[in-house]
Structures are given as structure tokens and as C-alpha cells.
Design a protein around this ligand. Structure first.
Ligand code: AMP
Length: 344
């Protein structure tokens, strides 16, 4: 496995791998690798995608050899909170060991000044679309997605991948990167990978190590309110009304508070645990637009009429939506989301 720290060397390698006819695949990360990252890497190593298969097993995509690059770079441009940036966990040597064991071809780990020579002064950035970037996570973290897309764009330019792998855990990020690649004709196929969870269903995240023991015990309430809300929405009595937006958040904030306090009670202490629902909302799974009930079609839709792209084979209309949440446990921000199928 090669460890590369300069852009010039990385460009040289990615150009040569492409020239040799290999499929190059990128897994962008901020390090502190865990099983969630490993799932992305394994997928990149083994993915056959929908390319014509030669029937060969092993590290090939449709008969072509594959070169998997993992990038490790904590990108300051996407942190709207400087404290969050300075406290971001780093386990660099362990990360290299994990990549080596998984059989990664190349780790690209540039220093800050290599990626941003003019760091601190103005620089060109990727400007995301308002509707998708300024809602939910983007509303709570202004500038976050601009910084994230800028580094992903740079990483695509430097590693020139045919495919890049992103986790569904960061669902809004996944949609934005997919849109950027398509809108700017980058020619990178974005491959989504499902969320990997701990045994108690908390999504694995590099930030989880910052939770205290008590906070770690209450954090799975996040998934519990998602699954409870999903069940209530999917099994609602037949009528158009569903809770979304502030109503949904209000309802499940109360439910979450009572779940947290019952867990805290079990811990036999009178300390109040801080668990705050930042947002919880049901949105269109294609573009995260808000939902509306279409009286004419007799079904749910979003403001962009995405439902027309989702009619199921039997003629019945089921609208794919995504229930997304962010909660703040102590001072750690956690994210999760699940699919919800809305029948009319
Ligand atoms: P990060 O290092 O947190 O920026 O994440 C790098 C990539 O790994 C992103 O595409 C994330 O969505 C993905 N990822 C992080 N945690 C998980 C997880 N638990 N399951 C699946 N993918 C994940």
C-alpha cells in the first residue's frame, strides 16, 4: 500500500492507473476509521457495479482491475464550529493499519497547507444549490456543505476516480455530492453504502468516542425515535394528514425526553442528561423537498413533483421519503436517517 501526501504524486499515480486501464475508486474520509468506513472500503474493493462482468472473481469491476484510494483529511472548511474541528479525533497510525489490512492500494493523506496553500485567505469554493444545501443540516451548520463540496471536488480532481463511495448515514451529503458530480459533469459515479450501526443501533461515527459513558447510553434514543416515528407514519389510519416539520419534531422531542429520563432513572442518579433534537423531519428522498398532499393524484408528493418518478409497478403510488434527524447529546452532534414509504 502506498502512502501519498503530495498532490503531484497522487495525480501521477491516478493518471498512471487510469492509463493502465484500471478502474480507480475513491473513499473520502476524515480518518478515525471505524467499521462504517471499512464497509465503504470493502464495497469499493469488491464492487462489480453494473458493468459487464467477465465472470472473474476478486478485485475486478466488470473484468477491469481496480485501484482503491482512501483519502484521510480533516477538512477545516466544513467545520462551522472551530472547537469541533480542534477536537476532531485522530488515529492516523491505526487508520493506516486498517487500510493495509483491507488491501487498499493507496492512502492519500495531505497536510493542510498541501490542500489549501492559501489557507486563511479567500479561495474558490464550490457553491451548492440553495434548496438542498440550506435546509436541515445546512440550516444548522451554515457553510458546512460549501466546505464539504469544495474538498470533495478537490479530491475528485486529484484522484480522478471513476467511482466514489459515500455513506447513507450522511444522507444530505450523499445527495449533494451526487448532484455536484452530475451538474458539473465530473463523470464520477457516486455509490451509496448503507449505514453501519453498533449493536444498539447507534450509527458508527468518529465523533462517538467523544460521548461520555452516560451519553453513550442515551444516544441510541436517536434511532428509537426514528423507528417509532416511521412505524407511526407508515401504519397511520388512512388519511392524508401526517405530521412533518416542527410538529413532528415537537412530538418526538417529548417522546425522546421521556425515553432519556427513564434511562437516566435506571442509572440511579438525579443528573439530567442533555439530549436535544435539533431537527426531525420527513422529506422527499430524491431532493429533500418538503412534502405536500396532491389532491388531484390522491397521494403525497413534494414541491418538485418527484412522485411521478416513483410510481410502483402495480400502478399504486408509494412515495419514498426519508426521515432525517440530528440530535445533540452533551456537546456531540449525531446524525441518522431511515427510509419511510408513504402510501396514499
Ligand atoms: P467521515 O470520515 O465521517 O467524513 O465519513 C467518511 C465517509 O464514511 C462518509 O461518506 C460517511 O457517510 C461514511 N460513513 C461514516 N460513518 C458511517 C457509517 N456508520 N455507516 C456507513 N457509512 C459511514
Amino acid at each position: 500500500m502506498k502512502l501519498v501526501t503530495t498532490i503531484d504524486e497522487m495525480l501521477h499515480i491516478s493518471d498512471s492507473e487510469r492509463a493502465a486501464g484500471k478502474l480507480t475508486r475513491l473513499v473520502p474520509t476524515m480518518g478515525a476509521l471505524h467499521r462504517g468506513h471499512a464497509a465503504l472500503i470493502t464495497r469499493a474493493l469488491e464492487d462489480k457495479l453494473d458493468l459487464p462482468s467477465s465472470g472473474r472473481m476478486g478485485r475486478t469491476g466488470g473484468g477491469k482491475e481496480v485501484c482503491v484510494i482512501v483519502s484521510i483529511f480533516v477538512n477545516p472548511l466544513q467545520f462551522n464550529n472551530p472547537d469541533d474541528f480542534s477536537r476532531y479525533p485522530s488515529t492516523f497510525q491505526d487508520d493506516l493499519d486498517i487500510c493495509e489490512k483491507l488491501n487498499v492500494d493507496c492512502v492519500f493523506a495531505p497536510h493542510l497547507k498541501e490542500m489549501y496553500p492559501d489557507y486563511g485567505s479567500e479561495q474558490c469554493m464550490v457553491c451548492p444549490t440553495d434548496q438542498l444545501a440550506n435546509t436541515l443540516e445546512g440550516q444548522s451548520r451554515p457553510g458546512h456543505f460549501k466546505g464539504m463540496l469544495t474538498v470533495v471536488c478537490k479530491l475528485f480532481n486529484i484522484t480522478r476516480p471513476h467511482q466514489a463511495y459515500f455513506g447513507e448515514k450522511d444522507y444530505q451529503q450523499l445527495l449533494l455530492v451526487t448532484k455536484m458530480s452530475r451538474d458539473l459533469s465530473m463523470g464520477v459515479k457516486i455509490v451509496p453504502v448503507e449505514t453501519i450501526r453498533d449493536s444498539d443501533s447507534l450509527p458508527l461515527s468518529s465523533r462517538n468516542v467523544r460521548l461520555s459513558d452516560r451519553e453513550r447510553q442515551i444516544a441510541p434514543v436517536m434511532y428509537k425515535i426514528l423507528t417509532d416515528a416511521k412505524q407511526a407514519i407508515e401504519n397511520r389510519p388512512k388519511k392524508p394528514n401526517i405530521y412533518t416539520g416542527d410538529e413532528l419534531k415537537g412530538l418526538y422531542s417529548t417522546i425522546a425526553a421521556s425515553m432519556v429520563s427513564s434511562l437516566s432513572f435506571n442509572l440511579d442518579t438525579d443528573r439530567a442528561d442533555s439530549f436535544e433534537v435539533d431537527y426531525l423531519d420527513l422529506r422527499c428522498s430524491i431532493d429533500l423537498n418538503k412534502l405536500r398532499y396532491d389532491q388531484k393524484m390522491g397521494c403525497f408528493d413534494c414541491n418538485n413533483n418527484c412522485v411521478t418518478r416513483q410510481v410502483t409497478s402495480g400502478g399504486s403510488v408509494a412515495f419514498k421519503t426519508r426521515l432525517l434527524t440530528s440530535v445533540i447529546v452533551g456537546d456531540v452532534r449525531l446524525l441518522d436517517n431511515i427510509e419511510v414509504l408513504l402510501n396514499s
